[in-house]
Ligand binder design. Sequence first.
Ligand code: FE2
Ligand code: FE2
Length: 320
Amino acid sequence: MNANLDPVDDLDPRDPRTMSRRQLLRHTAWFGAAVGLTVVGGEVISHVAGSAPAVAGRPALRFAQVSDSHIGFHGPANLDVGATFSEAIHQVNSLGYTPDFVIHTGDLTHLATPEQFDRVKQMMSGLSTPHIFTVPGEHDSTDDAGQRYRSVFGNGTHGDGWYSFDIAGVHVIGLVNTLNLKLLGHLGTDQIDFVRKDVAGLSSDTPIIVFSHIPLFAMYPSWGWGTDDAAQVLSFLRRFSSVTCLNGHVHQLFSKTDGNITFYSGTTTAYPLPAPGTSGIAVPKPLTLPAGKLHSALGIREVTYKRGDQRLAVKDEALL
Ligand SMILES: [Fe+2]
Ligand SMILES: [Fe+2]
């Protein structure tokens, strides 16, 4: 585990006393949810969520997204998913700054075995960041409705693993729409109610970020690339001036804007999947690319928020 005890950024003094009671409650609820970085994580969250004066030139929030590492996958599409995930971690660690957090948007493992969870957790402990957040993919809950996932990554979350927190004036929500193979692309009434209450007291100028594994927009529902009851959650977010939804699952980049909401599908660190609607494909399967082409289909994402900007800046980078 990377116990990053150094400040997030040596330009940023931390002052937990700047937390509001609401932020403190969120902080307390979240405490322990980051992968083993509890004490350090709590301290950093308290700083970043606080009202420390902005440092000129430094974005309010910078984080990285990785997705679909599928640790445990064996096949010709990627002969060593551990190696490519390690390369992605190294690439995040080489951004030239310490991301405020790293989000993994699911399919951490391929078959949700205890060994695969142990391995991916151990690998992510090498990320140089004070916080690691996750949402589960369907591969992380293949036969137990996510119990093993939550035993490793669900500490401090609500319900089946959903959560929210505040950081740098941004409100972040992590959703679960992969509970089991019969409920793929479904949020359920408990989770929808959580979001309704969660955002009810927020000012409409609060930037919102939503993480989920499966897209919250209808990218290609007949392949399971959509969330059937997402419209209810999105209806609670329509009044906000800036909403950014980041997902995995589709193993390729895609973006779509719908009013105030922009959706960004992220790529994978494991193997590509076919483009949506490719003729003759009923169920998308891993694509084996020509030799030397795999890295260009894999990658990491940087996301930056500057106060006053309407939209977050999203920068996707292929695996080097
Ligand atoms: Fe995946
Ligand atoms: Fe998936």
